[in-house]
Design a protein around this ligand. Structure first.
Ligand code: PLP
Length: 438
């Protein structure tokens, strides 16, 4: 029954676990956005589905914020990881064959990559990207876009908030971050080249780089115009600044070569994480030899360190994921087709019910904004009706469809979702949206 999925029901093992968690973990979760007003506690996952501690199954579009690319507990990845356990643990000296294999796979797949370093997370990759950009240019300022998220570290922890009423100010979770660091990060408007030009004019010869999600999926899916990405490439090059594509979400998900393969623009630096290893922690930074050699401990000048960097299980999982994507290019045709089916189905429902809503997305990613379009940049999203999204999310969850709880984020179709899953989701969405209209 639908109410079985209700996470607000307090007579559940999930609720009890949340209570226990709140005693020993601040807020009961290990990453702030995992608690959204009522507890979730999962006990397992299988393909496109997750199961909560009370045994309820959900069709999963949250996908661990996109870290699940092929599907939960995919044997494609888990089998080689299992085989690696007990063989290679950690040495802390030299290099393993796995690390070379991984860097080779990534540099073969990513158009702009000649060398790659492995980190443990996307945040570590973007931290190194920013540091490298500053080192290579001898400049200190960084440009990011409102609503873009590049991890939790100080240099990028400015204007990450995707709640419209909190935009453009100091973020509520920014205590402890030096003012000087926050002030070194400048904010521009996505899909608005003039806003970036204005910063280069205001701070001549001071901007080290521009970091961007090529599609800002941390606010759903703002798809860049070709003029915008082409313009940014030219503008950064003209001003001697680096262009950093943060492909932590888009990388390996939208194309084997990331969104840079799709849009044909070569950034100077690219960061990866999330789906790259189908749920195992790993991140990476790639770029041309001339820049990446700054990390060379013998002849370079940028610090690269990390006890667990390139660890065997993450490297094994990433190699297995990338190999699977390389030998199954239909992953992309399938997820793109399912994404298109979902988006056009939702668009049909929106117009059928005459809702003030806009469907967005790319490839296997989709978002439903509760505001009329067109949506070009972040400013358009400030009209979004967060309450309406919260209701939509809650009722979809109750019906067994797990979407991302925050209104301006995105949902992911994995390699395990089927056409039937998409059609069932659309049926449920029609019922929920009709009930919201009533
Ligand atoms: N970059 C982007 C685009 C992200 O969405 C995220 C995480 O949400 C990160 C970087 C940070 O990655 P991690 O959470 O692995 O540190």
């Amino acid at each position: 029954a639908a109410s079985d999925h209700n996470p607000r029901n307090t007579a559940t093992r999930g609720w009890a676990l949340h209570q226990a968690a709140a005693e020993v973990i601040p807020g009961g979760v290990n990453s702030a956005t995992r608690y959204v007003g009522h507890p979730y506690a999962f006990g397992g996952g299988d393909g496109a589905y997750v199961v909560d501690l009370d045994g309820n199954r959900y069709l999963d579009y949250h996908a661990a914020f996109g870290a699940i690319l092929l599907g939960h507990n995919s044997p494609v990845v888990d089998d080689p990881v299992r085989a690696a356990v007990g063989a290679l643990d950690l040495f802390g000296l030299g290099v393993t064959e796995l690390e070379v294999e991984l860097a080779t796979r990534v540099t073969e797949a990513i158009p702009s990559a000649e060398m790659m370093i492995a980190t443990m997370s996307g945040s570590e990759a973007t931290a190194q990207a920013v540091r490298l950009a500053r080192a290579a240019t001898g400049r200190q300022l960084l440009v990011k876009f409102q609503g873009g998220f590049h991890g939790w570290h100080d240099a990028v922890a400015r204007n990450v908030i995707s709640r419209p009423e909190l935009a453009y100010g100091r973020d509520p979770l920014s205590a402890g971050i030096l003012d000087s660091v926050l002030e070194s990060t400048l904010i521009a408007e996505f899909n608005d080249l003039d806003s970036v030009k204005a910063l280069f004019e205001q701070y001549p010869d001071r901007i080290a780089g521009v970091i961007m999600e090529p599609i800002p999926h941390n606010v759903g899916a703002l798809v860049p115009t070709q003029e915008f990405v082409d313009g940014l490439r030219a503008l950064t090059a003209d001003h001697g600044a680096l262009l950093i594509f943060d492909e932590v979400i888009t990388g390996f998900r939208h194309a084997l070569g990331g969104y840079q393969e799709v849009c044909g623009v070569q950034p100077d630096l690219t960061t990866f994480g999330k789906g790259m290893a189908n749920g195992y922690p790993i991140g990476g930074l790639a770029g041309p030899r001339s820049l990446m050699e700054r990390f060379d401990g013998q002849k370079g000048d940028v610090l690269l360190a990390g006890t667990f960097n390139g660890y065997a299980l993450g490297a094994t999982a990433a190699i297995a994921t990338i190999d699977h994507l390389r030998s199954n290019p239909d992953f992309y045709t399938r997820t793109h087709a399912l994404g298109a089916r979902m988006r056009s189905g939702l668009e049909g429902i929106v117009s059928e019910l005459d809702l003030q809503a806009t469907v967005a997305g790319f490839g296997g990613v989709f978002s439903l904004y509760f505001t009329a379009g067109p949506i070009k940049g972040y400013r358009d999203l400030m009209r979004n009706d967060d309450q309406a999204y919260a209701t939509f999310h809650r009722r979809m969850t109750d019906a067994g469809f797990l979407m991302i709880p925050m209104s301006l984020k995105r949902n992911h179709i994995s390699g395990s979702h089927t056409e039937e899953d998409v059609d069932r989701t659309l049926d449920a969405a029609r019922d929920v949206l009709a009930s919201m209209k009533a």
